[in-house]
Design a protein around this ligand. Structure first.
Ligand SMILES: NC(=O)c1ccc[n+]([C@@H]2O[C@H](COP(=O)([O-])OP(=O)(O)OC[C@H]3O[C@@H](n4cnc5c(N)ncnc54)[C@H](OP(=O)(O)O)[C@@H]3O)[C@@H](O)[C@H]2O)c1
Length: 284
């Protein structure tokens, strides 16, 4: 049995699909009982558990050999993950595949890298087998702007430099392999897409795919932060996002990792294909 936390989320949902396609027995965790039926219909066991309720985390882990552990970006995420790791250890789980972020290490200088590193080190100390999936920016983040792109014909670029965006389905496919295959314990998988794209590149892709003229406009850090907070993100988390974005103009978010093709034996998905598959969201 494999327990998938965050099973309705950006990486968890495609992970459930990938694991079911491999014939794995999957227990999908949601904090929202209303989402359980859909998960069951897709062919997995559904469990309702909340990161704020340690007992429910134990139930989610009971009888599982491996787990995928992800939480939303949240000020409590280190405590939530610590509680889930503790519950996994108590329940006899053998292997935790932990979602963190590219650059997470004890040497990290940025807030997100430090937060994720703290959990990585905790998992190492637990004695459980571990694999870290450490992605860069998700292509799916572009959907946050879909309505505004439709309305204004503008892609607002809060990064200002090249970024090697990854499709969350590739993160899920690597996690699925780590959860079902051999020789993934003790590995930290830095994950990027196959190319680094600027805001202008993304606007050009959107124009090509939609047949409309879509331009790129810079979004100032304070405006980016205000938009994230307006969408419900905590102030400190939005500040950490802006801090991360600030290194893009120096080219530090444009490095390419070959992990997706190394682990999966096929190339990482391209941003052009992601935009084309989601064309409807950008033309409505
Ligand atoms: N977005 C990016 O570009 C990016 C880049 C690098 C790293 N990351 C990292 O990736 C992680 C986010 O991954 P993701 O996008 O896959 O996650 P997500 O979609 O933001 O969240 C996963 C799921 O967590 C569940 N959840 C929320 N509150 C909960 C609670 N109190 N108890 C139990 N479950 C709860 C929600 O499902 P239910 O409503 O069904 O409970 C949600 O679907 C963060 O750590 C972030 O730092 C993100």
């Amino acid at each position: 049995m494999i327990t998938v936390f965050g099973a309705t989320g950006t990486t968890g949902a495609p992970l459930v699909d990938a694991l079911l396609a491999k014939g794995a027995q999957v227990r999908a965790v949601t904090s929202d009982p209303a989402k359980a039926t859909d998960l069951t219909t897709r062919g997995c066991e559904a469990v309702t558990a909340n990161f704020n309720d340690a007992a429910s985390l134990g139930q989610a882990c009971a009888g599982a050999e491996r787990i995928y552990l992800v939480t939303p970006a949240h000020l409590n995420m280190r405590r939530w993950k610590a509680d889930a790791i503790k519950a996994a250890k108590t329940a006899g789980v053998r292997h935790v595949v932990l979602a963190t972020g590219l650059g997470a290490s004890p040497k990290a200088g940025l807030t997100f890298g430090k937060w994720h590193s703290e959990t990585q080190e905790l998992l190492k100390e637990s004695g459980l087998d571990w694999t870290f999936v450490q992605p860069t920016y998700f292509m799916q983040n572009l959907l946050w702007q879909a309505d505004s792109i439709v309305k204004n014909g503008v892609y607002y670029d809060d990064l200002g430099g090249p970024v090697s965006w990854i499709d969350a389905r590739d993160i899920a496919d690597v996690a699925a392999e780590a959860l079902t295959g051999a020789d993934h314990a003790g590995k930290a998988y830095g994950l990027t897409g196959p190319e680094a794209l600027t805001g202008e590149d993304i606007a050009a892709l959107l124009s090509e795919v939609t047949g409309r003229s879509i331009t790129s406009a810079p979004l100032a850090p304070e405006d980016a932060k205000a938009a994230m907070v307006a969408n419900g993100m905590q102030d400190e988390v939005a500040a950490a996002m802006v801090e991360l974005a600030s290194i893009a103009p120096k080219g530090y978010l444009g490095g390419i990792e070959t992990t997706v093709s190394d682990v999966l034996g096929r190339p990482a998905r391209r941003f052009r294909d992601f935009v084309a598959e989601n064309r409807d969201a950008f033309v409505k």
